[in-house]
Design a protein around this ligand. Sequence first.
Ligand code: ATR
Length: 282
Amino acid sequence: MSQKDQYAVIGNPVEHSKSPWIHAKFAEQTGEAIEYGRILGPLDGFTREVERFIAAGGRGMNVTVPFKLEAHALADSLSPRAAAAGAVNTLSFGPDGVRGDNTDGVGLVRDIEANLGVSLKGARILLLGAGGAARGVVLPVFDRAPAALTIVNRTAAKALQLVDQFASNAAESGVRFAGGGAESAAAERYDVVINATAGSLDAALPDCDDRAFGAGTLAYDMMYGAQPTVFMQHAAKLGARAADGLGMLVEQAAESFFIWRGVRPDGGAVLRELRRTLAAHV
Ligand code: ATR
């Protein structure tokens, strides 16, 4: 048995996950003695696979599609942000059992603020989508004290549900908070527009007033790919600065690493190296 502490990402599919590469870079950078692998979770056997990993001495796991809800159900205790998100992407195994956390929202916020240099303080933000990905970012965004957050979703009722769920948090943070269908967005430019819909997977552009985008808008797609997404291309045509979600991937990993090891890696440096590596392989 190796001396190094064992971690892994579990998903299905998981073959193309960049998490092992990212965590190996973090380990190298910080001198932490960890090994990080990948596990293909059977669709009907997530819990069994996690238990097997724990029994073999595993210390923690990242959880990706489609197991984030199952990980939430499996955890013995949850961080407040994982409870609010209703989903878990980080599991830690210790004497007190399985602890579930969610680092996706913090990863997004850190990428926008630290890597892209856009402060959310006082910003007017439009969030497209009201599924699991959108739900996970609401509280971390409130923590940055924006002026306003509007959630727009194809199915208006789901956006309204999120507004209901987080209304008291918005009031506490002093954030103007609203949502619904496409008509809920103001017909004017936003500082930040975040695409949290699954639309980019099938090259679909979520419904959104063109006036939301302009010079001075950061249009952020949580997805990433070899080419800019349709959302990014559309936003760029309207004069916005467009960014993909690769930095969010690196920063959510950095936060997981911090939870497990108590050491914060430099996500920006690893992101730059990852972009260079991907560009070289296109
Ligand atoms: P995730 O965990 O990735 O958020 P999800 O919970 O299934 O996945 O949510 C998917 C989100 O993408 C929803 O907001 C969905 O809109 P609906 O609630 O109306 O279904 C949105 N979505 C998916 N495909 C879309 C498309 N082609 N155009 C606009 N929105 C889309």
